[in-house]
Design a protein around this ligand. Structure first.
Ligand SMILES: Nc1ncnc2c1ncn2[C@@H]1O[C@H](COP(=O)(O)OP(=O)(O)OP(=O)(O)O)[C@@H](O)[C@H]1O
Ligand SMILES: [Mg+2]
Length: 270
């Protein structure tokens, strides 16, 4: 359970990036975090991991996000950063994935198996021994997702997981997110992705919560979205959306072109 009580954050004195946020996310929920550029999505995720100072109270499973709890909270919570260049710090994808697993006490044999399993599920086995600095933006994003999923954290935070991904990798990531049973918080401008993966949406505007409710309601509310510099998901916006989705299906490696249930990507578990 994640709980924010009157949480505020500021980078510069007097300029609130998060402004008195109150919400709870219960175990197993999949929540979309949406909002215009600068709304506070990345700030919220960083504050949740104790990477930024805040006022108010943030708890993860009853643990206050501060001081000596941070190690435990970061073990429970994996964050796919908006900028993948900041995610990887070992020379290769394999070494990055192994680092976390071995650090948390997994045997080398088990860790090797886990690495292969996750790379296989994401369809990126060929990236295993790739040097991080030699990958494309989308390859880095897929590798960053693999690093986080390999740890099998209880809560998964993803900040723009599909930006820079081609349609096929985007679809794999959507199916993977849907197959997870962990608590998930997904920040994205890709509202089709949010519709496919989340049952609830929190809409941020200027660091405040402008709406919090069922994804099916918020993502269909054209007026609310447009008032907050967003547009309806393409699949709900009429002809263009449908054509777009058909286009994606045409290029997808998957036959049915749908997301969620019936996923070819099997659930990721330890
Ligand atoms: N390192 C920083 N120093 C100063 N201000 C910052 C910093 N990072 C973010 N901000 C400010 O905090 C506010 C929230 O930024 P944040 O990155 O959380 O937005 P976001 O919703 O993630 O936007 P985007 O959709 O562009 O990723 C913005 O006004 C931004 O200018
Ligand atoms: Mg951001």
């Amino acid at each position: 359970m994640i709980r924010f009580e009157q949480v505020s954050c500021e980078y510069e004195k007097g300029k609130k990036a998060l402004d008195a946020l109150n919400f709870e996310i219960t175990e197993g929920e999949s929540v979309g975090l949406i909002g215009a550029n600068g709304a506070g999505k990345s700030t919220l995720m960083k504050a949740l991991l104790g990477l930024l100072p805040h006022t108010g109270k943030i708890t993860v499973d009853g643990l206050m996000v501060s001081g000596t709890n941070l190690k435990e909270i970061r073990k429970k919570t994996g964050l796919v950063l908006q900028n993948s260049d900041n995610q990887m710090f070992m020379p290769t994808v394999y070494e990055d994935m192994m680092f976390g697993l071995l650090n948390y006490g997994m045997s080398r044999e088990e860790a090797d198996k886990r690495v292969d399993e996750v790379l296989g599920q994401l369809g990126i086995k060929e990236l295993k021994n790739q040097y991080n600095h030699k990958m494309s933006g989308g390859e880095k994003r897929m590798a960053a997702i693999a690093v986080v999923l390999a740890m099998n954290p209880e809560t998964i935070l993803m900040d723009e997981p599909t930006s820079a991904l081609d349609p096929c990798n985007r679809r794999i990531v959507i199916r993977t997110i849907c197959s997870l049973t962990q608590t998930r918080l997904i920040a994205s401008h890709d509202l089709d992705l949010i519709l496919d993966t989340c049952s609830r949406v929190i809409l941020l505007s200027g660091g405040k919560i402008a709406a919090d409710g069922p994804a099916q309601e918020i993502l269909r509310d054209r007026e609310l979205l447009e008032a907050n510099r967003m547009e309806l998901p393409l699949c709900l916006s009429g002809g263009y959306g449908t054509a777009h989705m058909n286009g994606l299906r045409g290029h997808s490696q998957f036959e049915d072109g749908t997301a969620g249930a019936g996923s070819e990507v099997s659930p990721i578990s330890p």
